[in-house]
Design a protein around this ligand. Structure first.
Ligand code: AMP
Ligand code: GLY
Length: 391
């Protein structure tokens, strides 16, 4: 609910506006739903899981309290600091008077983050003091990302390749997924503003075996233990956004869900056919030593976005070439689309995620891009360099 043109090809969608946790719980009761898996962050932070659990419904996702790891950047920074988990130095800005003292302890560039949820658009890397001051001022006043920016976190700028490490946990046991890599900036060569993510891939070597061990020991285990210690064990998908710095892996952010577009190449590489059973076990708190098997292939996804995204963009533009892209061997996952008179049209900033596999990363990318070229809608743009640095 409300679904999109792609989901409508696989399942029946319920039209209408997004409902409150209570209304969704009533709907799940009416439909006698066995398992609810919550995708996006907003309903998690709004307490959907709390509501379902109170009614005895089987649901996979963190409670509202546990979802604060994504819901508030400041909460996440304090959590990381309390549990000695490696992350960037930070300062908090509550009022314009705090800006100058906060910036004084950092060099440039510096990272300015809106505290609340901003659909991936609440982070700015400011190159100098005037840009940092203006960005922070616009966040505090609500001009930049509305309420989400009423409190701001200023952070030390970290350098290195990024990696997304996603795991499934029942609160105690956890099942790590292969690492993926996202591309956050809107244009090639990491130019332009941050977005929700413009493309991702899943291939061996994103984390070396030593980096993997360090991430598990210094980040994953202390995070899950820290959440239990706080009395809010984390159940669901935990996404750790990492920067692989010269001083070792550090946490850039937590998401309390799978990533978009990381999920497309990640699940495309899944071989096991018991994913639903494993999700059910995690929701019941009995994940145990469940395992998943993964294909010996690389996978990639490129996001086709609306003209103007991540700024304002038009909607309702007809999309062509979907069948041709599928025939070229890719799977086209829909995001911001809907069916109008039976035809797919654009309905959001990130419209489609064209996803394909290959024996090597180079093959996966070739297959992805040759399918993406078949798709057209007015203003469509996408990055041409997904995976290029890794190659
Ligand atoms: P976040 O939503 O906090 O992950 O930030 C979005 C993106 O901004 C990250 O994926 C990075 O590309 C960039 N970013 C965030 N924090 C930092 C940092 N401390 N240093 C450098 N880049 C950062
Ligand atoms: N691709 C990053 C995210 O889902 O937030």
């Amino acid at each position: 609910m409300p679904g999109n043109a792609g989901i409508a090809m696989e399942a029946s969608c319920i039209p209408g506006d997004v409902l409150s946790p209570k209304e969704l719980a009533c709907l799940a009761e009416t439909l006698a739903v066995d398992l609810t898996v919550v995708g996006p962050e907003a309903p998690l932070v709004a307490g959907l899981v709390d509501e379902f659990e109170a009614r005895g419904r089987t649901v996979l996702g963190p409670t509202s309290a546990a979802a604060q790891l994504e819901g508030s950047k400041l909460f996440a920074k304090q959590f990381l600091q309390t549990h000695n988990i490696p992350s960037a130095r930070y300062a908090v800005v509550n009022t314009p008077a705090d800006i100058s003292p906060a910036l004084a302890s950092f060099g440039f560039p510096v990272v300015i983050k809106a505290d609340g949820l901003a659909a991936g658009k609440g982070v700015v890397i400011a190159q100098d003091e005037s840009e940092a001051t203006k960005t922070t001022t616009d966040m505090l006043s609500g001009v930049f990302v509305g309420q989400a920016g009423r409190r701001v976190v200023v952070e030390e700028f970290l350098q290195g390749p990024e990696a997304s490490f996603i795991l499934l946990t029942d609160g105690t046991a956890y099942l790590p997924f292969p690492a993926t890599q996202d591309h956050k900036r809107v244009f090639d060569d990491d130019q332009g503003p941050n977005t929700g993510g413009m493309g991702a891939f899943c291939a061996p070597g994103i984390l070396s075996p030593e980096q993997y061990k360090t991430v598990v020991e210094t980040i994953i285990e202390p995070t899950l233990a820290g959440a239990r210690k706080l009395g809010h064990p984390f159940r669901g998908f935990l996404y750790c956004g990492l920067m692989l710095t010269a001083d070792g892996p550090k946490v850039l952010e937590f998401n309390v869900r799978m990533g978009d577009p990381e999920t497309q190449p990640l699940l495309y590489a899944l071989e096991s056919d018991d994913f639903a059973e494993i999700l059910f076990a995690a929701a019941k708190g009995s994940l145990g030593s469940a395992q998943l098997s993964w294909k010996q292939q690389s996978t990639a996804c490129v996001v086709l976005a609306s003209g103007g995204y991540p700024g304002p963009y038009k909607r309702g533009l007809p999309i062509t070439g979907l069948d041709e892209a599928q025939a070229a061997g890719a799977t086209v996952f829909h995001a911001g689309t809907l069916l109008r008179e039976g035809r797919p049209v654009t309905a959001g900033g990130r419209v489609l995620g064209v996803t394909a596999a290959g024996d090597t990363l180079a093959d996966a990318l070739k297959n992805t891009y040759s399918a993406a070229e078949k798709i057209h809608f007015e203003g469509c743009h996408y990055r041409r360099d997904i995976g290029k640095k890794a190659l």
